[in-house]
Design a protein around this ligand. Structure first.
Ligand code: F6R
Length: 245
């Protein structure tokens, strides 16, 4: 694990965008995995700008989504599918043929998971996976207490995730379960970028980086991952005691 602490959200986001671009330059047919949420929004904007400015070719890469709210249709703003199209795929000009996302509307989540697991295997793993961190320490929808050895799975959502999840929707939305890539796939990624900014993330960043490595805090497993880079701004880093930079 490498930890990089930045003066602000802007430089943190620019670095995340640069790492994704380097990944695609080195491997044009890379498998990329994207989360939703507020944290990566500026990285996505800068990624699209840098792509245009430097003529980076994303036409051969393949993209997957980290997770999805079960029961929420893809045309609803706030679903991971809607938000990834709006903030990542449309700005980058990624075509539908280059995308596979979990669907929130399914009565066979096992089949959904199987399809995703097979796709990841067919691509010989994820080349670059970006993730945010929940204030409860979740990665994707790998919630506190979830089995770290799992691949894609359905997950009952933690109360904190259910509460903060409402903020992504225009109206109150029934949320209960999610579908997510598992920590086994996150940790096996050739690049695992964990992003956090702002003081509300300071406590969980301290717990994840300096507390015990435990499945009660799935993000703490970032430390067991050789290919991980934690990108945080100085507010999110404000409670850290070790010298990381
Ligand atoms: C979303 C996801 C979540 C978020 C996390 C942080 O696809 O996987 O784990 O990354 O909840 O959300 P924000 O960035 O909104 O603080």
């Amino acid at each position: 694990m490498e930890v990089k602490i930045f003066d602000d959200y802007n430089t943190m986001s620019a670095t995340a965008a640069d790492i994704i671009i380097d990944c695609v330059k080195n491997k044009p047919n890379a498998l990329l995995c994207f989360p939703t949420g507020n944290t990566p929004l500026l990285s996505y904007k800068l990624l699209a700008e840098k792509k245009r400015e430097h003529h980076i070719d994303f036409t051969k890469c393949f993209c997957i989504g980290l997770d999805e709210w079960l029961g929420v249709p893809p045309e609803v703003k706030g679903s991971c599918s809607y938000d990834l199209h709006e903030h990542v795929f449309e700005p980058l000009g990624i075509k539908e043929l280059q995308i596979h996302l979990f669907t929130g509307i399914t009565n066979d989540t096992k089949a959904e998971c199987r399809t995703m697991n097979e796709l990841v295997r067919k691509h010989e793993g994820i080349d670059c996976l970006l993730a945010g961190i929940g204030i409860n320490g979740h990665i994707g929808f790998n919630e506190p207490g979830s089995d770290i050895s799992m691949e894609a799975h359905e997950q009952l959502l933690h109360p904190t995730t259910l509460a903060s999840g409402q903020n992504y929707f225009r109206a109150a939305t029934k949320l209960e379960k999610g579908i997510t890539l598992g920590m086994a796939q996150v940790m096996a990624s050739k690049r695992f970028l964990l992003l956090a900014n702002g003081t509300p993330k300071a406590a969980i960043i301290k717990t994840a980086l300096e507390g015990e490595v435990t499945n009660q805090v799935p993000a703490s497993y970032v430390r067991r991952c050789e290919n991980s880079i934690v990108l945080i701004d100085k507010d999110a880093a404000s409670l850290l005691e070790n010298k990381w930079n």
